[in-house]
Design a protein around this ligand. Structure first.
Ligand SMILES: *Cc1c(COP(=O)(O)O)cnc(C)c1O
Length: 431
């Protein structure tokens, strides 16, 4: 039996031995963790970057690998006693390469941001010009925010989306590339709900002699399941997170061709990081193994079908869904037509047990809601539940349903689809 962690256990489920140990030794922290398990179980997790990992992933995270120091790479460590963790890291690397068809994989980045930092370090010098999606259009903090290392150390130029359609304008990207001659072109976003045209980005990068860096943190799980195009054949470097749709532990990775392998590895360690987190790397390997199954491919197709059902029903309920729909797990919606502002909308929805983010919208200064279907799909919800959630959503936003009535609706859904239910029958392997 895999270790069952409170976070993926149905709220009514039995305690595992680990929970009992923590309760005995540190009841204060045990209570805090139990409260979070309960929160995750009785509210709907619509944050686009979140998911529920399998008990097998959590078991690896809570394993004795957490005790091991392992600076360096398999076969070349600065610490003794690494012969077992070396096997684990090689397994993670081999699985990542096979899953994404990449020549080289570095599975050590501690997070998505760490992966981007290392990717920049591998091919750029401070002061270089980088062309990336502008933050108000959906770029990540690591794509040139003045409050991030990226904005301070590099000279970022931002491309946008069409304010009317919300779609990327590749001719604008090309024109900016011709004007600014960037050293690197970055594609990837925190909120773009459509597939990216990686071939077009490659073409532009080639025209101006830039490296192409794909920051595919969001769609990488869909790529693993065959439900989104892969950046791997096109980008020089692909950065990603292993959480989000990919449903692994919190962490990052970089994929690249053999010609960049050494530069990437040196950029991760020793340039930007210290010792590898071997428990997380073991958990990444478990997640890559799960993501290679037909069950995971089916899961990613359902994630997209659910997002489309959510988008369609929100549109029917009068919200303005940016780009008119979605190709992915992401739905970006303007609540303006319902007469509420983004932050008010988020707090009303939170009171109702619907947990999600606000997000910049393509029209200047506007904020809307960003939703994702990765977590609710892991819970086993399908199109009928998405329709119910969208209808509930609109009713709460219009003020037509008080938070108690809304909570009761949410409780009905979460009791039928508890977190962890998808893993219960099969011991951690399927969706
Ligand atoms: C989530 C995300 C990141 C950062 O991941 P962290 O693990 O939070 O550091 C970077 N880039 C993009 C595009 C993302 O979506």
């Amino acid at each position: 039996m895999p270790v069952t962690h409170a976070a993926t256990r149905p709220a009514s489920g039995a305690d595992s031995a680990d929970d009992a140990v923590l309760r005995g030794q540190d009841p204060e922290m045990a209570e805090i963790l139990a409260a979070e398990s309960e929160r995750q179980a009785v509210t709907l997790q619509l944050i686009a970057a979140e998911n529920f990992t399998s008990p097998a992933v959590l078991a690896a995270l809570g394993s004795p690998f957490a005790n091991k120091y392992a600076e360096g790479y398999p076969g070349a460590r600065h610490h003794g006693g690494c012969e077992i963790v070396d096997v684990a890291e090689r397994t993670a690397i081999d699985r990542a390469r096979a899953l994404f068809g990449a020549e080289h994989a570095n599975v050590q980045p501690h997070s998505g941001s760490s992966a981007v930092l290392a990717a920049y370090a591998a091919v750029l010098r401070p002061g270089d010009t980088v062309l990336a999606m502008a933050l108000p259009a959906g770029g990540h903090l690591t794509h040139g925010s003045p409050s991030n290392f990226s904005g301070r150390w590099f000279d970022f130029v931002g491309y946008g989306v069409d304010p009317e359609s919300g779609l990327l304008d590749m001719e604008q990207v090309r024109a900016l590339a011709r004007t600014h001659r960037p050293k690197a072109l970055v594609c990837g976003s925190i909120s773009y709900p459509r597939h990216l045209d990686y071939a077009a980005f490659r073409d532009i990068a080639d025209e101006v002699g830039a490296y192409l860096i794909a920051d595919a943190a969001h769609p990488m799980g869909l790529v693993a399941g065959g439900s989104a195009p892969s950046p791997v054949p096109y980008a020089d470097l692909v950065c990603a997170t292993t959480h989000k749709v990919l449903r692994g532990p919190r962490g990052g990775m970089i994929l690249c061709g053999t010609q960049y392998a050494e530069r990437v590895d040196r950029a991760v360690f020793p340039f930007t990081q210290g010792g590898a987190q071997m428990h997380t790397i073991a958990a990444k390997a478990v997640a890559f193994g799960e993501a290679a199954t037909p069950a995971f491919a089916a899961y990613t197709r359902q994630v997209v079908a659910n997002a489309q059902a959510l988008a369609d029903t929100l549109t029917a309920e009068g919200l303005n869904v940016v780009t008119g729909g979605t190709d992915t797990h992401l739905v970006l919606a303007d609540v303006g037509p319902l007469g509420v502002e983004g932050r008010t909308a988020r707090s009303r929805l939170a009171a109702a047990g619907l947990v999600l983010d606000t997000c910049a919208l393509p029209h200047p200064g506007a904020r809307g809601l960003r939703l994702g279907t990765a977590a609710v799909t892991t819970q086993g919800m399908r199109e009928p539940e998405m329709v119910r959630i969208a209808v509930l959503f609109a009713a709460v936003l219009r003020g037509g349903l008080d938070s108690r009535a809304a909570r009761a609706e949410v409780a009905e859904l979460t009791s039928r689809f508890p977190p962890g239910a998808a893993f219960a029958e099969v011991g951690g392997g399927a969706a």
